[in-house]
Design a protein around this ligand. Sequence first.
Ligand code: ATP
Ligand code: MG
Length: 411
Amino acid sequence: MKRRPPIAEVFSQGDELVLGQIADTNAAWLSGELVSLGFDVSRHTTVGDQLEALTAALREIAGRADCCVCTGGLGPTQDDLTAQAVSQAFGLELAFDPEAFRQIEACFTARGQPMPAVNRKQALLPSGSQRLDNLWGTAPGFSLRWARCRFYFLPGVPGEMQAMFERWIRPDLPRIFSTQPRRRVSFRTLGIGESALQELIAPLPVPAEVAVGFRATPSEVQLKLLFPAAFDPTSQAEVIGQYRKVLEKWTYCVEGVGEAEGELADLAGLQLLSGGQRLSLAESTTGGELARLCGQRRWLPLALTFSDTATLLEHFALDATASGSEGGTEALAIEAASRLRRSTAVDYGLVQVEDSRTDGRVRLHSALCGPDGSHAESRSLQGNPERLRMVAAAHALDFLRRHLAASRDGS
Ligand code: ATP
Ligand code: MG
């Protein structure tokens, strides 16, 4: 008989969350991990900094879930109530944990600061719980079983929470639960909207057990396939192959199939790094978004942001009024990329400029100048300025990625 997957829940605590001051990205991240690991995630609960409400929620979860990951409220301040709520909910004394105390003290010593007295509170853990060391911050976590549920309590800071999940929880879960990890394959696409994508895939015959989902951001749409653990690998490959064929034109990366994956800048960067090459860029329409997407990457020594295209062209001693002539703005973009490359002594110069806007519609020109010559691409985009910035930056990086791949394949 087929066994049902164990039921997991995510419990987030903090006034900031219920008052809408921050979004609950911890719950989203944890759910994604738990689903991939083979749990059925049935519920997210969010409660503010109120002892009675926290206590009641913990008791309810203990009676209905097999596993619950809780985040937040482990800090030293009076609004950090998690350990106290656990103590009250399950009738467990809070006991001083000398090793937790030593670690908290060591964390302050490493920062060259004395430990404030309030931090002693973080070393009080519910008796019978197992401490989860926090090697990334001060608040230790803990784990315990109550009624049918295995609880894990982690700090709220996303970086610490994720690191502790990887270190302590991911290896612990298979020792307690027999789950069947699911396989997730994501097609990351650019230049096509959700509805158009839906129409493209509608005719594909997908087995009912395969869940198909979409996730859209202003610049890209991701199509996700979730295969049950027992799904035959040959049929999986067939389904993935069908999607790949239909979506090929729009896809910049397929995640979960063992190919290079990551953000656009990572994919372009991989190719630059493998050739020991560097790139400089100049942007105007995107107002710094292109530089932000590239972050502080080793292959990018210089990123210039200009308020508008005319100022960018002027910087490269080019005459913006020449854009009306033969080849127009595109030729100017190529020349700017070439001058940028030369003046900064790098392998590639990347420039993106625009023609004048009408009714929120803009014609963009991306140009790349490198060891294999110059390339340019033009494209019309429409939307509010914020969306335009994000989409234009993604297109510039995709243009770069495609040209680097083509020049590598051609060499
Ligand atoms: P600290 O020692 O920092 O107080 P903590 O375990 O008490 O750790 P919180 O005080 O609840 O954690 O949250 C610390 C910070 O982490 C919050 O200010 C917020 O920026 C972030 N954070 C907390 N919970 C979440 C969440 N569910 N999603 C995203 N960010 C969160
Ligand atoms: Mg706190």
